[in-house]
Ligand binder design. Structure first.
Ligand code: SF4
Ligand code: SF4
Length: 336
């Protein structure tokens, strides 16, 4: 009993250091992805205001933040993103831009000036990528954007992230080859999120949408076979970490999809995101990670105050990841 109380007190302690902050500078997106509802949010969108960023910088310094990840929506739709980055660069932070890739070419000069690296979404070979993204020519724009970055700065780091789902799981080896063809530095895979209320789906998804994006039980077996085949055909890419995950790690994705059907347990969770990171949305909402409910808003206080306020500390103190339904179905854990 005492051990439990001590553990809760430790989990609910004040955070003096938060190395990673994910900022969503703009809420709107220029893709229409089948596995995401962010693009369905209001058309004008919310933007993180410069005044809020200036206030935020002092908090990021106090919290000894070292890595800022610009996520979205599409961060490149923010009307004043480079002034925001200039403010952030007053700190010793690495800036990573997550992007759909559609606007890379237009903003290439500023991206290589202000961002240390880019991670683009790559969800298939050309036709599949365009279909999943809901944008004709998305793949072509992505490839042109990567080339533009490299013209601005040879060797500029750009990698890919792929959301594995019903519409692309048979193509995984071809997607790795596509990443190489575009000149990307590597690729990582994660399973589509079917269960959370993140990504503008406050009520979660109905079964039909889960079926549309997720894998049927027989398809989970097919995914395992694809991964087994890729372990052989792309052994060198696994060995040199061009593919970030190991084949064993990739097989978690099938386990997650099976668990969504009640066929087997969810994979074990190893994550410390709420203790080493936080997510700040365009309207100032602060979350402990992408998936859990908000713990405050920057309108009500500085980031350090929010992260050490009663709601945040109570959340961390009571969070049992092995039992929490959101954590157990999480597709994007963070372990630092
Ligand atoms: S998955 Fe990313 S790129 Fe696609 S609609 Fe959602 S935020 Fe936009
Ligand atoms: S496991 Fe996922 S949902 Fe749980 S705290 Fe970590 S990132 Fe958040």
């Amino acid at each position: 009993m005492l051990d439990g109380a001590i553990a809760r007190a430790w989990r609910g302690r004040r955070l003096g250091r938060v190395p990673v902050v994910t900022l969503m500078p703009h809420s709107r997106c220029n893709c229409r992805c089948v596995m995401c509802d962010i693009w369905k949010a209001n058309r004008s969108g919310a933007s993180l205001e410069q005044a809020a960023v200036v206030r935020l910088v002092a908090d990021l310094r106090a919290l000894r933040v070292r890595w800022v990840v610009l996520s979205g929506g599409e961060a490149l739709l923010h009307p004043n993103l480079w002034a925001l980055c200039a403010a952030l660069k007053a700190l010793p932070v690495k800036i990573t831009l997550l992007s759909s890739g559609l606007l890379l070419e237009r903003h290439a000069a500023d991206i290589v000036t202000w961002c240390d690296e880019v991670i683009v979404s790559l969800d298939g070979t050309a036709a599949t990528h365009d279909r999943i993204r809901g944008i004709a020519g998305a793949y072509e724009a992505l490839a042109a954007g990567v080339a533009a970055l490299r013209r601005r700065r040879a060797g500029y780091p750009v990698a890919a992230r792929c959301v594995v789902q019903r519409g692309n799981f048979r193509e995984l080896p071809a997607i790795v080859d596509a990443a190489k063809g575009i000149g990307l530095d590597g690729i990582s895979f994660l399973g589509a999120d079917l269960a959370s209320t993140a990504f503008n789906r406050p009520q979660g998804w109905e079964d039909a949408r889960v079926d549309e994006v997720g894998l049927a039980p027989a398809e989970c077996d097919a995914l395992d076979a694809v991964i087994d085949g890729m372990a052989a055909s792309h052994a060198a890419d696994f060995a040199r970490r061009y593919i970030q995950e190991t084949p064993t790690r990739l097989r978690r994705i099938g386990t997650q999809f099976r668990a969504a059907h009640g066929l087997g347990p969810t994979p074990p969770v190893r994550c410390n995101a709420p203790w080493v990171s936080t997510v700040v949305e365009a309207d100032g909402t602060v979350r402990p990670c992408f998936f859990h409910d908000p713990i405050g808003n920057l309108r009500d206080g500085g980031l350090a105050d929010v992260l050490n306020g009663p709601a945040a500390r109570a959340f961390r103190a009571s969070l049992d990841m092995d039992a929490d339904p959101v954590c157990r179905r999480c597709v994007c854990t963070l372990k630092l």
